[in-house]
Design a protein around this ligand. Structure first.
Ligand SMILES: O=c1ccn([C@H]2C[C@H](O)[C@@H](COP(=O)(O)O)O2)c(=O)[nH]1
Length: 502
C-alpha cells in the first residue's frame, strides 16, 4: 500500500466482452450477478469504480472475468452482488467467491479438455492457458466484499474508494485463447439403444454414436472413446450376411466363414492357446451349452431360462485373456427367436461386426435345430448385443470418421415410417386439436389427446410415449405447431403432412 498520488486515475481496458461492461477509473470491480448493471452504475460515480459487469454463468462467465482482471492489474477490490434468486440458481457469484477463498485444481471439461476447475460445489472453469502462478497472484492481490443489495454495493465501493491508493499488483497479463472445436458432444454415457436392419447399417450407427458422444479415456492399451452398456438391435440380417459393396466393413466374407467355427465349434484346450467361444460353449464347463439351449427350447418353447455362460469364475485367476463375450440368452416370443449376447468389453470398430456375424450364425443354428426337431417354423428374430464397455481405439478414430462421413448420412436418408410406438393422426375439431394414437399395423385407435396448444399436447404425448423415435417425435412437434397456428388464426386449412397455407 502506498500513499495515493493526488491525480491517479485508471482506465479499465476490457479485453473480453467490452460491450457488456461499464468502465470507470477506480480500483474496484463490481460483479452484479443477474442484477441489471446499469441500475448499479447510476448510483455510483465512475471515478470510484473500475468496471461494472454481470456474471451469469460460472462455467462460461468466470473465465473471461478473470482474464479481464489479469489484464487490469490496477483492480485491487471486488464487490460481488449475490442478491437474486437467479444468482442462487446459477451459482456464479458463489463460485467466484470460492475461487478467491479456495482456489482451483487441474481437471477436465465436459469434452475432455484440460481445464482449471474451481474448488467449489458449483461447476466453474478457467481456461488452462492461463498461467497457474498468475491466477494465484491474482487471488492473493484482491480484497473483496459480498453484497446483498445495491445499497450494500454502494457502501462497499465507497469504503474501498476511501482506501489509500494501491499500486497495481503487477504488469497487465493476457493469455492466448485456444479456439478449440470440441469433437465430443454432450449426451448420456450409459445405456444407448441403436437399431438397424443389417449388421453393417447398425455398425455405422454405433460408430457415429460413440464418436460423437463417447468419453475419451486412457486405458492400458492407449486411448479409447467409450459408451457404457450400448444395446445394438439388428432386426433383419439376411441368412448369408449382407456385405455392402463397396465393402466398408473391416472384415471380408472369407474371414467370417473361418470365424464362425470359433463360435460354433469346440476346440481342444491346450496350454498357452487362447480360449475360443466355441470351446467355452461346447466343452469348457463339461457340457455342451448350445445343445442344452436347443433341448431346453424344444422341451419348453416359452422358457426364459435358456442361458449360455462363457465367463468362468476362475477367470479372475491365471487368465490374462478372459473372454469378452460372457453371456448368451435366447428367447422365443410370438414364434420369433431372438438372441441376446452380452460382452463385458467390445472393440466396436474392429471386432463388433465379426462378433455380430458369429452370433447371428449361432442364432440361425439354434433356430434350425429347434425347427427341425420341433416340426415348427419359428422365425428368426432380432440379434441383440449388449456391449458393456463399447469402445473405439484411438488408432481407429480416423478410419471410423471416414466411414461415418461416407455412410452415416446415406443411412439416415433412408426414411422409414414404421415407429413401433405407432402413429398419430392430427386434426382440428370443435375448436380443439385432436390427436389420435394408432397402432403401427392395423391402425387401431389406442388413445386420443385433445387440447388447444401444441405445447400441452406434445408434453402429454411425450410423457405417455417416451420411447417414440426421435425423428417421429420432432415431426409431431412441427405438425402440432402447424395445427395450433391454424387454430389461433381461425383457418380451417390444417391438413397433416401438407404445407401450411396462411
Ligand atoms: O470377441 C472379442 C474379443 C475381444 N474384444 C476386444 C475387447 C477389448 O478391446 C479387447 C480385450 O481386452 P480386455 O477387456 O480383455 O482387457 O478385445 C472384442 O471386442 N471381441
Amino acid at each position: 500500500m502506498t500513499v495515493a498520488p493526488s491525480n491517479y486515475r485508471f482506465n479499465y481496458k476490457p479485453h473480453y466482452k467490452p460491450n457488456q461492461l461499464i468502465c470507470g477509473h477506480g480500483q474496484t470491480a463490481i460483479i452484479t450477478g443477474w442484477t441489471v448493471r446499469q441500475s448499479v452504475a447510476k448510483k455510483l460515480n465512475p471515478e470510484d469504480y473500475a468496471v461494472i459487469g454481470n456474471l451469469y454463468s460460472p462455467t462460461r462467465g468466470i473465465g473471461p472475468l478473470i482474464r479481464n482482471l489479469l489484464a487490469n492489474t490496477h483492480v485491487r477490490f471486488l464487490v460481488i452482488l449475490d442478491a437474486t434468486k437467479e444468482d442462487k440458481n446459477a451459482g456464479g457469484c458463489k463460485c467466484l467467491l470460492d475461487f478467491l477463498e479456495q482456489g482451483f485444481t487441474k481437471g477436465k471439461s465436459d469434452t475432455g479438455r484440460d481445464i482449471w476447475v474451481i474448488n467449489s460445489d458449483i461447476n466453474g472453469y478457467i481456461d488452462i492457458e492461463i498461467d497457474e502462478n498468475a491466477l494465484e497472484t491474482l487471488r492473493q492481490s484482491l480484497d473483496y466484499k459480498l453484497a446483498n443489495s445495491i445499497k450494500e454495493v454502494v457502501d462497499s465501493v465507497e469504503e474501498f474508494s476511501k482506501k489509500i491508493y494501491h499500486k497495481p499488483w503487477g504488469e497487465p497479463l493476457t493469455f492466448p485463447i485456444m479456439e478449440s472445436s470440441p469433437t465430443v458432444l454432450p449426451g448420456p454415457r450409459y445405456g444407448h439403444r441403436i437399431e438397424g436392419k443389417t449388421i453393417a447399417e447398425t455398425w455405422v450407427k454405433i460408430l457415429q454414436r460413440i464418436k460423437t458422444t463417447g468419453t475419451i479415456r486412457p486405458t492400458q492399451y492407449g486411448q479409447w472413446q467409450e459408451l457404457i452398456d450400448m444395446t445394438a438391435i439388428v432386426t433383419d440380417e439376411p441368412l448369408n450376411f449382407y456385405f455392402p459393396s463397396p465393402n466398408y466393413l473391416p472384415i471380408k466374407r472369407e474371414f467370417i466363414n473361418d470365424y464362425i467355427g470359433q463360435i460354433l465349434d469346440d476346440a481342444p484346450q491346450k496350454e498357452g492357446v487362447k480360449y475360443t467361444y466355441g470351446q467355452r460353449l461346447r466343452s469348457w464347463f463339461e457340457r455342451d451349452q448350445i445343445k442344452q439351449a436347443i433341448d431346453k427350447l424344444i422341451s419348453d418353447k416359452d422358457s426364459s431360462r435358456v442361458v449360455m455362460s462363457l465367463w468362468d469364475v476362475k477367470d479372475y485367476e491365471n487368465n490374462d485373456s478372459p473372454p469378452c463375450l460372457n453371456h448368451i440368452w435366447v428367447r422365443i416370443v410370438d414364434d420369433e427367436l431372438s438372441l441376446t449376447a452380452t460382452f463385458r468389453s467390445n472393440d466396436m470398430f474392429s471386432a463388433w461386426p465379426a462378433n455380430a456375424m458369429g452370433l447371428r450364425e449361432l442364432q440361425q443354428h439354434i433356430i434350425e435345430e429347434v425347427n427341425n426337431k420341433y416340426q415348427h417354423n419359428f422365425q428368426l428374430g432380432p440379434l441383440i448385443i449388449i456391449s458393456q464397455s463399447a469402445h473405439i481405439y484411438s488408432d481407429c478414430w480416423e478410419h471410423a470418421d471416414k466411414v461415418i462421413e461416407t455412410e452415416y448420412r446415406r443411412i439416415c436418408q433412408q426414411r422409414t415410417y414404421n415407429d413401433p410406438s405407432g402413429s398419430f393422426l392430427i386434426s382440428i375439431k370443435d375448436n380443439e386439436i385432436i390427436v389420435e394414437h394408432i397402432t403401427p399395423g392395423s391402425g387401431e385407435v389406442v388413445n386420443c389427446y385433445s387440447g388447444k396448444t401444441a405445447r400441452k399436447l406434445y408434453q402429454q404425448i411425450a410423457d405417455t410415449c417416451p420411447s417414440l423415435e426421435i425423428k417421429h417425435a420432432m415431426y409431431l412437434g412441427t405438425e402440432l405447431q402447424k395445427a395450433e397456428i391454424c387454430l389461433v388464426k381461425n383457418l380451417d386449412s390444417y391438413q397433416q403432412d401438407k404445407p401450411l397455407i396462411i
